[in-house]
Design a protein around this ligand. Structure first.
Ligand code: PEP
Ligand code: MN
Length: 345
C-alpha cells in the first residue's frame, strides 16, 4: 500500500504513521519528496489487514492499495488461457462455442423443439433452465422439478451438454447430475455464500457479471469460486444497467477486453440479455467476438413470440442456422486473433 502524507505532516506525524504501519505488519519505507512525504508499505495486502483505516489520521492525505484483490484468477498468476471442459465441449484457449437455448424450459415439447433445431445446426451446449430467478414474484419462475425431469428426458435422446442456473444452495444437489455447468445469474453475482457452496460442487461454473458490478467485483467473485476449489470458471458479460433504455442493458465490450487482459479465465458474451430485442442480437454477438469473447450464450426459442419470459429477445430456433452462418466468419477471425494472442504470451 502507498500512503501519501499531507504537506504539513511533521516528523512526529511521520513517526506515528510509521509505527501504526508496523503494528499492522507492514514495513514502512519513507520516500521524501520536495513537498510531500510518501510511505511505501511492504507486506501482503491480501493476508494482512488493510491500511485504508489510516486514511482517517489527520496527517494522511490518501492511501492506495497496490495489489489487486484477486490472485488466482489473475493472468499474472497463470499466463495461458484456461480451457474449460463442459461435458466434452471445450471453451477458451481458441475454442469458441455458441451456447444456445430458450430463456426457460416451459414444456417438454417446447424444450425438445428448441433442442432439435439447435442440435441440427451443430450446437452442443444448451441453455437448460428449469429454475428462473425473476425480478417479480408474479413472473414465471420456471417449471422447477418438472423442468429437471424434462432435462433428463432430453439428455437421454440428444448428445448435448447443459448449462443450468442455480438460484440458491438448495438447487445444487437437484441439478448436479443432470447439468454439465452451473450458471450464477446476474442477480446472484455477489452472493458469496452461494459462490462458496457452488465452488465445492465439482462442476464448471458460468459466472455472470452483476448488472452494476465493477470488473474488479466480477473478478473477485470469480476468485471466490477458484479459492474454494472450482478452477473451471467462465466469466459472462451480459450488459450493465444504464441510463439509456435503447438496449435492455449496456453491453460493456471494454470490460470483455479488460477481463481477458487481467484474467486467464474465458469470457463469454450474452448478447440476448444485453440487447433485449431480437433484431439487435446478431450485431451484439459480432461485437462480443470482436472484443475478444471466447464464446457466446444466446437465447433461442421455437416460438419466441409466445415465450413465458424474455419473449422480445429470443431468436427463433428454426432460424438459428442462418444466425450461425452469418456469425461463422467472425468466429474464424476471433480464433485467428486468439492464436496470435497465445503466440505473443
Ligand atoms: C439468464 O441467463 O437466464 C438470465 C436470467 O440472465 P441474467 O442473470 O444475466 O439476467
Ligand atoms: Mn432470459
Amino acid at each position: 500500500m502507498i500512503i501519501v502524507l499531507k504537506r504539513h505532516a511533521s516528523e512526529t506525524d511521520i513517526a506515528t504513521v510509521s509505527d501504526l504501519v508496523c503494528s499492522l505488519r507492514y514495513q514502512p519505507r519513507l520516500i521524501r519528496g520536495v513537498e510531500q512525504t510518501v510511505i511505501a508499505c511492504i507486506g501482503d495486502e491480501l493476508s494482512n489487514r488493510s491500511l485504508e483505516v489510516l486514511r482517517n489520521l489527520p496527517a494522511v492525505e490518501s492511501v492506495f492499495p497496490v495489489q489487486k484483490k484477486f490472485k488466482l484468477v489473475a493472468r499474472e498468476y497463470h499466463p495461458a488461457d484456461t480451457v474449460v471442459n463442459v461435458g466434452g465441449v471445450l471453451l477458451g484457449g481458441g475454442h469458441i462455442p455458441v451456447i444456445a437455448g430458450p430463456c426457460a424450459i416451459e414444456s417438454y415439447d417446447q424444450f425438445r423443439a428448441a433442442v432439435q433445431d439447435l442440435t441440427r445446426c451443430g450446437v452442443r451446449l444448451l441453455r437448460a433452465m428449469p429454475f428462473k430467478p425473476r425480478t417479480s414474484p408474479y413472473d414465471f419462475q420456471g417449471l422447477k422439478l418438472d423442468g429437471v425431469k424434462i432435462m433428463r428426458d432430453i439428455r437421454s435422446e440428444f448428445d448435448v451438454a447443459m448449462v443450468s442456473e442455480v438460484p440458491g444452495p438448495a438447487q445444487i444437489e437437484i441439478l448436479r447430475d443432470v447439468c454439465d455447468m452451473f450458471q450464477i445469474g446476474a442477480r446472484n453475482a455477489q452472493n458469496y455464500d452461494l459462490l462458496e457452496h457452488i465452488a465445492r460442487a465439482g462442476k464448471p461454473v458460468l459466472l455472470k457479471r452483476g448488472m452494476a458490478s465493477t470488473v474488479e467485483e466480477w473478478l473477485t467473485a470469480a476468485e471466490y469460486l477458484v479459492v474454494n476449489g472450482c478452477h473451471q470458471v467462465v466469466l459472462c458479460e451480459r450488459g450493465l444497467r444504464s441510463f439509456d433504455k435503447a438496449t435492455r442493458n449496456l453491453l460493456d465490450l471494454g470490460a470483455v477486453a479488460v477481463a481477458r487482459q487481467l484474467s486467464h479465465l474465458p469470457v463469454v458474451v450474452d448478447p440476448s440479455h444485453a440487447a433485449g430485442t431480437r433484431s439487435l442480437v446478431p450485431a451484439l454477438a459480432r461485437a462480443g467476438l470482436a472484443a475478444g469473447a471466447d464464446g457466446l450464450i444466446v437465447e433461442a426459442h421455437p416460438d419466441p413470440v409466445n415465450a413465458y419470459s424474455d419473449a422480445s429477445q429470443q431468436l427463433e430456433s428454426s432460424t438459428f442456422e442462418t444466425f450461425l452462418k452469418d456469425l461463422a466468419p467472425w468466429i474464424e477471425l476471433a480464433r485467428a486473433q486468439r492464436a496470435r494472442d497465445a503466440a505473443n504470451l
